[in-house]
Design a protein around this ligand. Structure first.
Ligand code: BTN
Length: 325
């Protein structure tokens, strides 16, 4: 029996007796008890009510590859290699491993899209960990191929930020903000992060793994040291479903990357700018020791700060920026 089958039964968050779970899954009550322990070990919060049964404490809607595939546009149903896992160390690492094992023909074949219900070693930018509780958020990675050498990558992570923001807006989220270089925010709180990792380059063909972590149902996040939110907190009444969101994000990101490969970053500059949370605010570029007013991005996606010495630009990866209070 897989954890998934058990969690699916518990996902109505009602109390289920061990006996009824055992009957529905065709196993013994002892097997149910063991599986409950295993699920708890994976991070699912399941309450045991003495003499009554078990109850799932958090809102969980499990990923389902068939549902995601059915919600994708027909053209993508054929052209992506979709993998949905219960648990993995990191979806970015999984895509990189898979591609490293199939590196004979870089750039050919279906785009690999990998999602997992939980990550045991989710990675954030700047070597940070990415909290990945099971069943609550979206953790997805795509194996992308771009031509034109490393310069072809300039602006890519901002393009993905625009694509994720537009996907969420199509799903009904209002007031989505982009915090340079590529965090998504809602009312000043982090909603999603993007991690683009370079995998290799051969004769101008560059392979990258683009990962998106999006908070969907999360209500508690022990140890997160910055203001954060989730779709459910931002807009409680919207019925957020991870499978629908996964499909919308996949088609939005892949369409944006295709457009970027043909037309470059220029087509995305305004779309990014409209959502810039720094624009017009007093900023401090940490490490760059620069202070001034946020003036948006230039044609390559570098951030511009109006300082006493004039406009100065900062590159992603060089500095991090804070709004000064
Ligand atoms: C950030 O620090 O803001 C970037 C977070 C990126 C997290 C996502 S979750 C899916 C993918 N797999 C990972 O290990 N990281 C990215």
């Amino acid at each position: 029996m897989k954890t998934k089958a058990l969690i699916n039964l518990l996902s109505d968050r009602r109390i289920h007796s061990g006996a009824s779970l055992a009957t529905q899954l065709g196993v013994s009550r002892t097997a149910i008890w063991k599986q409950i322990r295993r699920a708890q070990g994976r991070g699912y919060r399941i309450e045991t009510l003495k003499g009554r049964g078990y109850r799932l404490e958090d809102h969980v809607d499990l990923l389902d590859a068939e549902r995601i595939r059915a919600s994708l546009p027909g053209s993508l149903q054929e052209s992506i290699d979709l993998r949905v896992l219960e648990s993995v160390d990191s979806t970015n690492a999984e895509v990189a491993r898979y591609r490293a094992g199939h590196s004979d023909d870089p750039g050919a074949g279906a785009v690999m899209v990998c999602l997992a219900d939980t990550q045991t070693a989710g990675r954030g930018r700047r070597g940070r960990a990415w909290l990945s509780p099971p069943g609550e958020n979206l953790y997805m990675s795509m194996g992308l191929t771009l031509r034109g050498g490393f310069t072809a990558l300039e602006g890519l992570s901002l393009v993905i930020g625009v694509a994720v923001a537009e996907a969420l807006e199509r799903l009904g989220l209002r007031n989505v903000g982009l915090k340079w270089p590529n965090d998504l925010q809602h009312e000043g709180r982090k909603l999603a992060g993007i991690l683009v990792e370079l995998q290799g380059e051969l004769e101008g063909v560059v392979q990258v793994v683009a990962g998106v972590g999006l908070n969907v149902h999360m209500r508690e996040a022990a140890g997160v040291d910055q203001p954060w939110t989730s779709l459910s907190q931002a807009q409680e009444k919207t019925p957020w479903r991870r499978n629908d969101i996964a499909a919308e994000l996949t088609s939005s990101v892949l369409a944006a990357v295709d457009e970027f490969a043909v037309n470059g970053f220029e087509a995305f500059r305004d779309r990014w700018q409209q959502r810039d949370v720094f624009y017009g605010h007093s900023l401090r570029a940490v490490q760059g020791e620069m202070e001034g007013i946020g003036r948006g991005i230039d044609a390559s996606g570098h951030y511009q700060i109006e300082t006493e010495q004039g406009i100065q630009t900062v590159r992603a990866g060089e500095v991090s920026m804070r709004v000064m209070s």
